[in-house]
Design a protein around this ligand. Structure first.
Ligand code: SF4
Ligand code: SF4
Length: 360
């Protein structure tokens, strides 16, 4: 989407909705500085572009369709091209280039979890009804094994045909693009698209909203793309008898890339209602949900001594006496779970992905 700087009326709706507006990042000011056509941005503003979580609130709130978030991405692109990026970003870009994932892990280890779960790896030219696009974070972090175990167990119980790409799946490139490394993003997109297009499938189901958003909006795949919450919602009639109702007090956190950016608000809530009558809401939820600060590459950028938004989120959930914070995104899970540890309440409130919260 093109940035429309000159349509800006400096109304500040973007900045007032920005979750990190107490940092040095002032998105309205960035637009204003661009209107002045300065040769170089002031140092403070240049550094501030890395605070953006790419939640897209600013672009969604702008009455003039200026697309302010895209300005941040183009400024990041310039910084990447000039090599003015911090060491942690260099490392994730290098890792993604070399191994196809930002976690500096070998490609051969990508589906180590499959020794236990034995999911079919779909080969070129083969057919499968549901091709599951897993996500680098879920592949490599043992924390997500239970999520995979639960999902595949459910699909098997329902006799649903599914398979995975396996070792050949590369990072979807969502965060790489949002960090400003477009060239690398294009390579990843080409690699994944080539493999995906050679598999005959009815749909792709993604486990992460970041992969969902990338495959749906940044790729041009001629197939249906689902986030798993949409798929479970469609088959909810078949799963309601299988899940255990525990009636725990659950609060649902909307991931920005699922909620705000793709308007998937009801499906996750309806699935959670299969296991509890006690589903509560954050004060800021649905369109107004507060970002966990894990997007836009922020997972890998050093955070300098401020209270994280995830901590604010966890504190509110704890205050509302929730037993479980349910999420539908691996980044939200990691940032919120980390926040429970920072606050020392990890034994009192648990963070689960919906796929873990469902048990059969
Ligand atoms: S919301 Fe849009 S018009 Fe208003 S200040 Fe921000 S970019 Fe400009
Ligand atoms: S995308 Fe989100 S974090 Fe980034 S400037 Fe816009 S509102 Fe702020």
């Amino acid at each position: 989407m093109a940035v429309n700087i000159h349509a800006c009326i400096q109304c500040s709706r973007c900045t007032s909705g920005c979750p990190v507006n107490r940092s040095n990042l002032n998105i309205r000011r960035l637009i204003y500085l661009q209107q002045l056509s300065l040769k170089e941005l002031p140092e403070k503003d240049k550094e501030a572009i890395w605070e953006c979580t790419t939640c897209q609130t600013c672009s969604l709130r702008c009455p003039k369709d200026c697309q302010p978030m895209d300005l941040v991405l183009s400024l990041r692109k310039e910084e990447v091209e000039k090599g003015r990026i911090e060491e942690s970003i260099i490392q994730i870009l290098e890792s993604t280039y070399l191994f196809g994932n930002p976690w500096q892990r070998a490609r051969e280890k990508r589906v180590d979890w499959n020794k236990e779960l034995q999911v079919r790896i779909v080969k070129e030219g083969e057919a499968v009804e549901n091709l599951i696009f897993i996500c680098c974070t879920i592949h490599y972090d043992i924390r997500f094994l239970n999520l995979l175990r639960n999902f595949f167990s459910l699909l098997r119980k329902l006799d649903i045909d599914f398979g995975i790409i396996g070792e050949e799946e590369s990072c979807c490139g969502s965060e790489i693009k949002r960090l400003g490394e477009e060239g690398l993003f294009f390579e990843l997109r080409e690699k994944n698209s080539e493999i995906i297009n050679k598999i005959r499938k009815k749909r792709i189901i993604t486990l992460s909203p970041h992969c969902y958003n990338a495959l749906k909006k940044d790729y041009t795949l001629n197939t249906e793309i689902y986030h798993y919450t949409q798929f479970l919602y469609e088959i909810r009639g078949r799963i309601s008898d299988l899940v255990k109702r525990e009636n725990k007090k659950i609060i649902y956190h909307d991931p920005c890339f699922l909620g705000k950016q793709n308007r998937i608000f009801d499906e996750p809530r309806e699935i959670l209602k299969l296991i509890t009558d006690n589903l509560i809401e954050f004060d800021q939820h649905r369109e107004n949900s507060l970002c966990c600060e894990g997007g836009g590459g922020r997972m890998w950028i050093e955070k300098k001594g401020k209270e994280r938004l995830a901590e604010k989120r966890v504190r509110e959930a704890f205050f509302k006496e929730a037993e479980i914070i349910a999420v539908a995104c691996p980044f939200c899970l990691l940032t919120l779970e980390d926040a429970t540890k920072v606050l020392g309440i990890e034994e009192k409130i648990k963070v689960f992905d919906i796929l873990e919260a469902l048990s059969f």
